[in-house]
Design a protein around this ligand. Structure first.
Ligand code: 1HN
Length: 374
């Protein structure tokens, strides 16, 4: 079976030629809150995904001072969360960074704390800088170090702060809030006591569930999300380096590993997944495209990605996004050191709904032609 061309002028597509009689008919239907499918069919049934978002890079060198400026302008108590969010120019109306994913950068001073709350949306954090920052998730207090990945799943109470003895701290937040709102399923609550009170030891979650290949034999975990709420950078990087000694890696993503719920091997949360990938010295991957939105954070090194034919140069702490079904390939320009990309995505949703599709770039040995530089 050969695929037909993607012309709308063929049997199987809507190709009614409108005339005065039909226009009058459409007007009449509209009075009864109805319409003819063939007037919209080709728009609502694109041949393949037509992403609503633009590929964008947010460079830390441009943003850091502006984010720090918010420290003197609003308090966490007044703002709820002191976050500067990454607003995709094509997704302003849903406050999304890419597709149905929100992302922003939160900043807190030593001694500050933001009140506890919960929402139906899930959230994650990737720590960028500072010391003494902590998050409390359903009574689990977690200390946050640079490049640690932390989850605050759907419906959990959470709050963040920085110890008096710490340093001004910054982290990237990632949420599925645009998705939750699109599904009209969001709820929000502030904590009855403003802040959580818990007797659990600090970092009990990673101490119990973070040892590779081991789970507590006698402890039951009933929740649908991961009991491991913090994935430390040291373990993650070491894991990638060890994996790199025994694999050729993936042609499209280099050495790539997925953060998992250690109880199930599945994603840490219901709606969002995350990866860390290592690009070896000088590595240039092949291009592919897939459904689902991905937001990358450069955890280490420097290089560029070609996204839809456009070159996006990046360095540590830069954030960029790849909308669905857009060709992308990654390059580590450092011949002497590896580069690491953290990313989070809505792939659990794509997988659960059986919408996941992937395609390798068919031409030019898998490399796109660069048509512009961002
Ligand atoms: C939220 O709850 C946090 O808990 C950060 O720090 C960013 C963006 C939108 C909605 C809720 C947080 C958020 C958020």
């Amino acid at each position: 079976m050969t695929a037909k061309n993607q012309s709308d002028d063929q049997l199987g597509r809507a190709r009614v030629k409108d005339d005065a009689v039909l226009e009058a008919y459409y007007d009449d239907l509209a009075k009864y809150d109805t319409a003819a499918l063939w007037t919209v069919a080709n728009d609502i049934e694109p041949w393949e995904p037509t992403p609503a978002s633009a590929p964008v890079i947010w460079r830390h060198a441009d943003l850091r001072d502006k984010i720090l400026a918010s420290l003197d302008l609003v308090s966490p108590e007044a703002a709820g969360r002191r976050v500067i969010y990454l607003r995709n120019p094509k997704r302003k109306e849903v406050s999304a960074a890419c597709g149905w994913l929100f992302s922003g950068i939160q900043v807190m001073r030593p001694g500050e704390s933001a009140p506890a709350h919960n929402h139906a949306a899930s959230a994650l954090r990737f720590i960028m800088e500072g010391a003494g920052a902590y998050t409390v998730v359903d009574g689990h207090r977690l200390t946050l170090g640079a490049k640690d990945f932390v989850i605050t799943p759907n419906g959990t109470w959470h709050e963040h702060g920085v110890l008096e003895s710490g340093e001004t701290s910054m982290w990237q937040d990632g949420l599925d809030i645009p998705l939750t709102n699109a599904l009209e399923a969001n709820f929000y609550e502030v904590h009855p006591d403003d802040y959580q009170n818990s007797n659990l030891p600090t970092d009990a979650s990673p101490a119990s569930f973070g040892a590779p290949g081991l789970l507590p034999a006698k402890e039951k975990w009933g929740a649908f999300y991961s009991p491991l709420m913090k994935y430390s950078w040291d373990q993650t990087y070491e894991g990638l380096r060890r994996y790199a000694t025994v694999t050729d890696g993936c042609p499209f993503d280099g050495i790539i590993m997925r953060y998992t719920n250690p109880n199930t091997g599945g994603h840490p949360m219901a709606t969002m997944g995350a990866h860390m990938q290592l690009l070896r010295q000088g590595e240039h991957t092949k291009a592919h495209r897939h459904t689902g939105n991905v937001i990358y954070h450069v955890a280490k090194g420097q290089g560029y990605s070609v996204i839809g034919g456009v070159r996006f140069d990046w360095r540590e702490k830069d954030i960029f996004c790849v909308p669905p079904w857009v060709w992308h390939e990654h390059v580590n320009t450092d011949e002497g050191d590896d580069a690491c990309l953290f990313s989070f995505n809505d792939l659990p949703v794509m997988e659960k709904l059986h919408f996941y599709r992937e395609q390798a770039y068919p031409e030019n040995d898998g490399r796109q032609e660069i048509t512009a530089t961002a």
